[in-house]
Each structure stands twice: as structure tokens, then as C-alpha cells.
Design a protein around this ligand. Structure first.
Ligand code: ATP
Length: 209
């Protein structure tokens, strides 16, 4: 089974491409979803985080105060390392379990969507690497409209990541998402067909929705 990578910048269109791949029947493992799962209400991971940082990480209803923890790790690299020591091994374990299940199910190809794929050093592991790119103006407009966040807040999140052009420079396939959605989806289909050819997988396995 081959596992390729999908990444990009904030609001560049990663989830849009992942949805297209899923609609064509390709399994996609989304690292953001795994990261949420390991800190879900009642999870061992969430209990470990409370133990490590204190009960302030919980909201009144017992769920994770994601915004408060995000503020802390954004401002304090030591705290970030303490949080990651709890989350990363659990995310890895969950990912391995999902990959194993897909392999046992006979899947020849899997996409792994990882927002910080390049930043965490997975470029050599997840090949081919697909990078979804968009201009900063589009990133700002789309992410702020989607999240109801200010342009300033989105700009700060973009600045905290590696510049998108550096990710594009490392890509095997780039999906330019500055145009109409239908053009982006057509390009995603092309890229999926090219990856299938690389691994001698019949592209008809993933028919158009
Ligand atoms: P993040 O990392 O911030 O979660 P992302 O890279 O996964 O973002 P998406 O959620 O796919 O990005 O896209 C951001 C927003 O822009 C979404 O609301 C999506 O519907 C919209 N969008 C994506 N591509 C286009 C496009 N070509 N035209 C118009 N809107 C788009």
C-alpha cells in the first residue's frame, strides 16, 4: 500500500481536495481529525493533558478548551513540547491503526492530509507530495470567511507557518487553487490519475462522483 502526502497553507484548499479524493473512493487519513480524536471528551489523552497542565484546559462542560490551549502553545514553546509529548505518540498510534486496517482491507493507495507536513519533517516519508497553493489574498479571504475570524488573526496564523512557496518548491504535484472551484477539482482529478500511474494502479478504481 502506498501512502502519499497532501498539504498546503491555511485556507489554501487542503480539505477541499481531500473531500474530492474521498468522493472518488480514495481513503484519506486527516491528521487534524486524529489530533482532535486523541483529545476527545473522556479520552485517555485528555485526562493526561489535564494531569500535565491543570484543569483550566477544560471548559465547563468537560470538553477541551481548544482556544485556550492553542493560545498557550502559540506563546510558549516549552508548553508546546509538553502538549505534543502527550498528543504526538497517540496520534501516531491511531494513524498506524488506521493504516493497518486499510492495508488489511486491500487498499492500494491512501492519502494522508497533514497541515504541517513540511514543518514536522515528513517530506521524505509521504511521497508523492501534493501541495495545494493559493495566493495570500485568497487564503485570507477564504479562511476568515469560513472561520468568522479577522484578517489580522488569519494573517498571524499564516505567518506562524512555513511560507507556502517553500512547500510548493518541495512538491511533486501542485494544485493551484486561485481559480474557480471546478478548475481546482479537475486538477485534483489529474493529480490523482498521475499518482495512480506512478504506482501502476488503475485510475478507474477511483471513478468521478
Ligand atoms: P485550513 O488549513 O485553514 O483548515 P484548508 O487548506 O483545508 O484550510 P479549505 O477548508 O479546503 O482549506 O478551504 C478554505 C475555504 O475556502 C473553505 O470554506 C472552502 O470551501 C473555500 N474554497 C476552497 N477553494 C475554493 C475556491 N477555488 N473558490 C472558492 N472558495 C474556495
Amino acid at each position: 500500500m502506498h501512502v502519499f502526502g497532501l498539504t498546503g497553507g491555511i485556507g489554501s484548499g487542503k480539505s477541499t481536495i481531500a473531500s474530492r479524493f474521498r468522493a472518488r473512493g480514495l481513503p484519506v487519513i486527516d491528521s487534524d481529525t486524529l489530533a482532535r480524536a486523541v483529545l476527545a471528551p473522556g479520552s485517555v489523552g485528555l485526562a493526561a493533558l489535564v494531569e500535565e497542565l491543570g484543569p483550566w484546559v477544560l471548559q465547563a462542560d468537560g470538553t477541551l478548551d481548544r482556544a485556550a490551549v492553542a493560545r498557550l502553545v502559540f506563546a510558549d514553546s516549552t508548553a508546546r513540547a509538553r502538549v505534543e509529548a502527550i498528543t504526538h505518540p497517540r496520534i501516531r498510534q491511531l494513524r498506524e491503526a488506521q493504516l493497518l486496517a486499510l492495508k488489511r482491507g486491500g487498499e492500494p493507495l491512501v492519502c494522508n492530509e497533514v497541515p504541517l507536513l513540511v514543518e514536522v519533517g515528513l517530506t521524505n516519508v509521504l511521497r508523492p507530495l501534493v501541495v495545494v497553493s493559493a495566493s495570500e489574498d485568497h487564503q485570507l479571504a477564504r479562511a476568515s470567511a469560513r472561520d468568522g475570524a479577522s484578517l489580522e488573526a488569519v494573517r498571524a496564523r499564516i505567518a506562524a507557518q512555513l511560507p507556502l512557496r517553500e512547500k510548493v518548491a518541495l512538491a511533486d504535484h501542485v494544485i493551484d487553487n486561485d481559480g474557480e472551484l471546478c478548475a481546482t477539482l479537475a486538477r485534483a482529478d489529474e493529480v490523482l490519475a498521475a499518482i495512480c500511474r506512478t504506482f501502476e494502479i488503475d485510475p478507474e478504481r477511483y471513478p468521478r462522483p
